[in-house]
Design a protein around this ligand. Sequence first.
Ligand code: PMP
Length: 356
Amino acid sequence: MKKINFYAGPAILAQEVIEEASKSALSFGDMGLSILEISHRSKEFVSVLEEAEALVRELLNVSDEYGVLFLSGGASSQFYMTAMNLLNEGDKAGYLDTGAWSSKAIKEAKLFGEIEVVASSKDKNYNYIPTGYDIPSDYKYLHLTSNNTIFGTEIFNWPETDVPFVADMSSDIFSRPLDISKFSIIYAGAQKNLGPSGVTLVIVKKDILNKVEKALPTMLKYQTHIDKDSSFNTPPVYPIYVSMLTLRWIKKNGGVAAMEKKNIEKSDLLYNEIDRNSLFEGTAAKEDRSRMNVCFLLKDEALEAEFLKDCAAAGCVGVKGHRSVGGFRASIYNAMPKAGVQTLVDVMKKFEEKNT
Ligand code: PMP
């Protein structure tokens, strides 16, 4: 029996996507070949890439002012690539420090410009999203991590400013509609809401590029990948294909507005149980609670092992929390059905009955 997958990433994918991807791994279309052995220059793969790009544009309403790229190197490579492509020496950029991934982005960006941390929630182990900070107008951009996978917080109110955003949306892209015009760059590792690991989606505004004076390695320039339609070098063919299937699945299921509605229902279901159940408590500030990564604790730590055992018995895997928060984390990305969340809620209810 298939387990209910609450892992943070690589993470759950829609079952029909996995089935289609499996078929194509054996035989892709009418090519008489596996998708794993075809050329990235074949017309069949070029059409996959084109469809993936078109679906990203359609689902998030991305205009031609932006390039849509499928790169390798993970979101972690975007921590430096963003700064490298946008900042000249002495240029300033602001960073909102909302967790481990933001901190890593800050560390890398410091190699390329004057980086100012506008606010941080480190004082409370990143359990909230700071507000009310100053955003000087001379910043080239403000970097935000829209969803903090480890700490279970998410930005719902974008800061009011004319400074454009650069955003790491690795763990909440396609989970809700976005006003793309506020963003210079959006990047996201695929392995949560989009596909398997190995590809990173980058949406980049074209007119902000080519303003840095220093020479950049060819592979690290966004312009290279815009000019060559993400095929300057061999792109990650299979991860892009599976991502394209997921994008089709999102479209078929009503697009990002429908995903948001379902994500609100699922996260409400779980947070309501966390708040109702006398044994558990949530870790994130209520107004900043992530709809993707739900972090919670048992008030009595001694019960943790038993709860994880009950989860496993019900088929729920990946519920153990990240070491920096402890307790539990249920990642409930787009592909997690409401019934999966309900199973976890039922385990929590029974656990309370048993232990009170
Ligand atoms: N940013 C966020 C918000 C993440 O959750 C992760 C991965 N868990 C990363 C960046 C790093 O991504 P990658 O492993 O693709 O470099």
